[in-house]
Structures are given as C-alpha cells and as structure tokens.
Design a protein around this ligand. Structure first.
Ligand code: F6R
Length: 603
C-alpha cells in the first residue's frame, strides 16, 4: 500500500527520501516520486516501477541547506500506475502526497473544474492540492487554507503538502491511514507511514491520532484535532536498523520462514506461568464469562481465525463465528453485546479490519486485537491487545505473522478453556507441553528446503493446484494455496478434502496438482480416502504425511507427532517453502509480488 515520507532540515534531502521510501517498500507499490523545496525552488521527480528507477532519475540531484522534502510510493487505486498518476501531485505552487482514498473526489473535482482548474492525473489525490490552492485565493493564511481543504475531504487519508507560499513548512493530516512524526536533536523532523523509516534517523516518534492535522516547521510542531491544538505524545524509538536486513537469506520471506522458531518462542515467552496460560490484560474471570466469539480478519489473518475457530469450539466450548472483515462491515451483522470480538491483523492497518472493529465497538462488544504492530490503528482502537511479537514482517506474503497469530490464538483458547474448566488439568498439561514444543517443530532441517527445491520443478506448469485437508488442516490448505498464488501467480485453491467429490473432482486429471495434507493425528483415514478418489481420477498427488502413501506421485514425509498442532506447524513450514521454491524457479519477485501490498489501507 502507498508509503509516505517527509523531511524538514538542512541535510541532503534526496537520499533521505529514497532511504525512507526503501524502508516502506515492503508495503507494496508500483510507482514512486518525490518533491524537494529549498530556497523557494521546488524540484520534483516521478518514476514508474521500482524505487531504483526513481533513484536513477535523481542520481545527479542533491539539495542541502534548509528545506523540505516529501516522498511517496504509490499502489494504484484510482488510475493506472503511470508517471502522471504517481505522487507528488502538483498545483501552481504546491505539491501533495497521499495514502488512502478521497471518497468525494469526483464531486470536488467537478467543482474545481467548474472554476477552470485543469487536472493532469486520474487520481483522487490531485483534488487536495488544487482545492488548497483555490482556498488560498480567498483565505490568505496557508494554514487556514489547508484546514479548510481537509475539512472538505471524506474518506481515508494520510497526506503531506508543501507549498511555496509557506517555505520550510509541511502541512499534514491523517484519518484512518497511518502517519507518524519523528524528531531528533538536530531540529530535524521526519514523517513516515510507519516507524521503519524513522529508526536510525529520528530519536522520538509520535503516532498521529485519527483526524489529527497540523503544520511543522524547523522548530515547531503544531497539531490540531477538532479545531483544538493538542500536545503530541512522543516516545523513544529503537536505534537498531539491522533487524531490517536479510541476514544472508536471499529473500525476506525466506528469512522470515526460518525465524519462525525464534518468533514463536518470543510469542510464548512470559505467557506460560506455573503450568497455566496467563495472557497480559486478560483475567480468567473475564474469559470465563465469554460464551460467544466473533473472529474477524482478512487474508492470511483470516486463515488464522478459521484455524482458531476449531480450537475454540473443541477446547473452550464456546460459540464462534468467523468473518471476512470486508463482508462483515457491509452486512448488517446481528451482534450479541456479550460477544468478544477478536480482530486479527499483522499490520494493524488493514482498512476493512479496522472498520469492522469500529462497528463492533460502536455496537458495544468487547474487543480484542491480535496484532503484530504496536501503536497501529487497530491496536489503538481495540479495548485490549495481544501483540504477536513476530518482529517486522517485510515479505509481502505473510509467514511468521501467521505462525505467531496461531500460537497466540491457541494460548487464548487454552486460557479460556482453563477458566471455563472445559478441559481437565491433564488435557491442559498436554496442550501446554505441545505448545512449548512448537519452536522445536519450527526448526527447519537443512535437507527439507533442498528436497522441496528439487520437487518444485514438477509444479511449474499444469492447470491448477488444489490444497486439501480436513479440520484445522483445511484452513492450513487455504493458507498453502494463498501463499502459492501470491508469489507464483499460479492458480491454486484450498478445499476441505471431503468437499472435493461435490464438484471440484470434475477437474481432476494428470495436470491437476493436489497437495494433500494427511496428518496422522486428525482424520487420517477420511482424508486418505478423499485423496484416493482423486488418485483414481489421475490427479497428480503430492502427499504430505508421516505415513507413506503408495498412491502419491510425490511425497514429503513429516515426523510422527502426537499433537495435531505439531503436525500443523510442520506442514505449515513445508507449504511456505513449497510456495517459495516454485516462485524462485519461476523467477518471480518473492518479496514484492505483483499487484500486492503489504499493508492494505484501502478497502
Ligand atoms: C497474505 C497476506 C494478506 C494479509 C491480509 C491481511 O500473505 O499477507 O492476505 O494477511 O492483507 O493483512 P493484515 O494481517 O495486516 O490485516
């Protein structure tokens, strides 16, 4: 999703903007641009495609001395990814960058065109800069003109504007899209869509609240909300940028797959005490009285929710509904105020999930966020949060965030089950010892990737993939299919194994790849007969199981495990590496797949 950076100070601005945008590349984008103003002169540059293209275009440009700069990576929503549509958008003397959607842009555009304003791009963003300049014609004070501009905008936005009419100032506003301000001892001010670009350059950060807007200058930060000046809260930023490096792996996704053992340990750390699960901010008393749960999320986080729904019902004896946030928000859901509404989000910024959370809160439900990004919009809105502690996830295809979400949800199930006494102490002991064993399961054997690498060459063609499984291995099948399609661009579907005969089996032939999840602990015989039905119709079968399966064309042997979750995590790793290896063989950009964004801040 779009990324924004901004800077006020005396240093060379081109590098600051390019470096900042690099830290936001993981959000996904298809063009980039920057505008730099120094000594009343504004220069701007735009380039389609990767940031290197913008870096190339600006390689002979530099600007030091007091001035301001804004930069942007754009993920196209209104209008194709062209140079004209790339940000910054310009008026006569001002430039704007924006993340989000201006919902009433058509109406504003018509109004402005009626006054003779000429638009260059097809974007919604361009209305901001023209509206500002129109306002400035009769409201002479640039800040008041900016205030009047944002008062007219409907929708979601984080936006920065610079103008020759107010040199060395950046005007900013934020509603339902992330924006943070960083500052340091050199009187420099930075803006960014997340704190990643601020680490190492700013000392302190303030995450702006929704509806905050204002203006910053070299030695002043003025922030307003609802027309009143507010005092921002700044917190200290970490100094270390090394976490963002690939540490010897070829891709962030690969590194993130391999670090799942560590991050899952982190997710568990301090949350198991004296043979009990003790999640911060959640008392047994609180959990005991919950008999109804709604789990709501998008994409991979939705698959984590679906997995957890089996665990909640089975272990905590609680009614569960799982919702796609994008469906939930427009469907007049019938809500029970006694429900606990749990949103799951890696980024904490997904627009649909955030809106669903707002609906649940307004309806008076208790809300809980399972999230990877502290201070994100979702975390700030939910009543309570459990952080997944996966560390920044840079690969667009989510891996370690999924693993930690599942672990957190499982722990929540166990604490609830123990509070409700829906499982015995010995069952709880078995669950906890399985939980503590997961980091070991996530240690990847050296030979596994090599084996999958060799297998992957069989799977580059064909007319599609079916990933099948039962019970919790069904959402895992969905996740395996999603991983593959995201980074290989091959058609893949996840399906409940028992549903194949109700239609999809018609597709079975020797060019249909079936990836069969056949755990020993969960409905093995049932799944086996579903796979046999496919094998009988000549489907090409990759079986993943601890048990040899004579009808499979390819086979990945997993270890014998006693607990379904151990088998789940072992198979999860295999599916992630399977997608990775196919994508590499196809020569795709693993970390930044086409058309995708890391943080989906538009609906
Ligand atoms: C898949 C993926 C997406 C996200 C989805 C929700 O690999 O990354 O499907 O899971 O966009 O994002 P979050 O979890 O940030 O709310």
């Amino acid at each position: 999703m779009c990324g924004i950076v901004g800077y006020i100070g005396k240093d060379e601005k081109r590098n600051i903007i390019i470096d900042g945008l690099r830290e936001l590349e993981y959000r996904g984008y298809d063009s980039a641009g920057m505008a730099v103003m120094s000594q009343d002169e504004i220069s701007y540059f735009k380039a389609v495609g990767k940031l290197d293209n913008l870096a190339d275009k600006t390689k002979d440009f530099s600007s030091s001395g007091l001035g301001v700069a804004i930069g942007h990576t754009r993920w196209a929503t209104h209008g194709k990814p062209t140079e004209i549509n790339a940000h910054p958008h310009l008026g006569e003397h001002s430039f704007v960058v924006h993340n989000g959607i201006i919902e009433n842009y058509k109406e504003l555009k018509e109004e402005l065109e009626g006054k003779g304003v000429k638009f260059l791009s097809q974007t919604d963003t361009e209305v901001i800069v023209h509206l500002f300049e129109e306002n400035l014609k009769h409201i002479k004070d640039p800040f008041k003109a900016y205030e009047a501009t944002i008062a007219r905008l409907h929708g979601a936005y984080a936006t920065l504007l610079i103008t020759k009419t107010a040199p060395n100032k950046i005007f900013f506003a934020k509603v339902a899209a992330p924006l943070a301000i960083g500052k340091n001892d050199k009187n420099e001010i930075y803006f960014a869509s997340s704190d990643a670009p601020l680490i190492g350059v700013a000392k302190e950060v303030s995450y702006l609240d929704d509806k905050a807007y204002g203006v910053v200058g070299i030695d002043s930060i003025e922030i307003y909300k609802d027309g009143k000046k507010i005092t921002p809260h700044f917190s200290t930023l970490p100094k270390d940028r090394s976490y963002a490096q690939k540490e010897g792996y070829r891709f962030f996704m690969e590194k993130e797959i391999y670090e799942q053992n560590t991050v899952v340990s982190e997710a568990i750390m301090g949350r198991v005490k004296n043979g009990k699960i003790c999640l911060e901010n959640l008392t047994d008393e609180y959990l005991k009285n919950i008999d109804n749960i709604v789990l709501c999320a998008c994409g991979t986080s939705y698959h984590a929710a679906l997995t957890a729904s089996y665990l909640f019902e089975r272990l905590a004896d609680v009614r569960v509904k799982v919702e796609f946030a994008s469906e939930f928000r427009y469907r007049k859901p019938k809500l029970n105020t006694n429900s606990l509404f749990i949103v799951i989000s890696q980024s904490g910024e997904t627009a649909d999930t955030l809106e669903a959370l707002k609906i649940a809160k307004e309806a008076g439900l208790k809300t809980l966020a399972i999230c990877n990004v502290d201070n994100s919009s979702i975390v700030r809105l939910a009543d309570t949060t459990l952080l997944t502690r996966a560390g920044i996830e840079k690969g667009v295809a989510s891996t370690k965030a999924f693993a930690t979400q599942i672990v957190l949800l499982w722990m929540l199930v166990l604490q609830m089950a123990s509070a409700k006494k829906s499982i015995s102490q010995s069952e709880l002991d078995t669950e906890i010892s399985a939980l503590l064993h997961i980091p070991q399961i996530l240690n990847i054997d050296n030979s596994l990737q090599e084996r999958i690498h060799r297998l992957a060459k069989h799977y580059l063609h064909g007319h599609g993939f079916f990933f099948i499984g039962r019970d919790i291995f069904y959402p895992l099948a969905l996740e395996g299919a999603l991983k593959l399609k995201e980074i290989s661009y091959l058609h893949a579907e996840g399906y409940p194994a028992g549903e194949m005969k109700h239609g999809p089996i018609a597709l079975a032939d020797d060019r249909l790849f079936t990836i069969a999840l056949m755990p020993q602990t969960t409905l093995y015989e049932k799944t086996k007969s579903n796979v046999e039905e496919l094998a009988a119709r000549d489907a090409y079968i990759l079986a993943i199981s601890p048990n040899e399966f004579e009808l499979s064309d390819d086979f990945i042997k997993t270890s014998k495990q006693e607990h379904p979750m151990s088998e789940f995590f072992e198979m999860m790793i295999i599916l992630q590496i399977f997608a990775l290896e196919i994508s590499i063989r196809l020569g795709n950009n693993v970390d930044m797949p086409r058309n995708l964004a890391k943080s989906v801040t538009v609906e």
